[in-house]
Write a protein that binds this ligand. Sequence first.
Ligand code: HEM
Length: 221
Amino acid sequence: MPTSLIPALDPAPLPGPPWLFHVLWVLTFFIHLLFVNTVLGGTLLAAFAGAAGAGRREIRTLFVGVNSWAISLAITFGIAPLLFVQVVLGRFFYTAAILVGWAWFGMLILLTIGYYLNYVAKFRLRGGKDAGAIVALEAVCFVAIAAIQVTVNLLHLQPGRWEQVADRAWVALGDPPSCRVSSTSSWRPSRWPGHSPPSSRCAGPPGEAIRRRCEGWRASE
Ligand code: HEM
């Protein structure tokens, strides 16, 4: 394992008991996923509604309308687990995010584009115009965001892959058999809706990372 890529433990103590951060992390991540599933599923359904005959305009209008609040809530409830993952596994998460920095940064751009496309679609539908291509593009943005999230969230739990990814960032998209600790640790579209709460990370590399962090706390006490 390239230990040199794992940053030193932050000497600042945690501002509360570790279990509290874990509980809040799982809880807020769960809420994030409820809205992520609403946004991802709704946008894809709105995009594929084009294949339906009668009623497709109503389907699109419904899901584009739902998106106008669900996207905001997905973002808001994404920030909370982002803060907790930084508290609990910060040095692993930062390194992974930096290793695929352009993709991580690109997520913000995709999010902004997807968000505004939803408003364009909403106003076009309200004006009686078609919005099929716009909704399809919006769906591509959200699916890409989900793929980036899965990539980063797998990578920060697999320090053994960092060295390779540091050389070639696209390797992060790979799914080597050695990394398939469980069905929740593999990089594949079935994972994109986010059925992988942090609580499932109690075995294999995730548990290892958490254990290491806890040992670090104990050592620093
Ligand atoms: C609508 C846009 C978004 C989509 C489609 C989305 C999708 C996802 C998915 C699929 C996961 C699961 C990744 C995995 O564990 O394999 C995830 C996790 C996560 N997302 Fe989002 N996300 C979105 C927006 C955001 C935003 C804006 C933030 C931050 C401000 C955010 C923060 C997080 C965090 C921190 C996790 C990991 C939580 C954890 O495992 O502890 N997400 N997201």
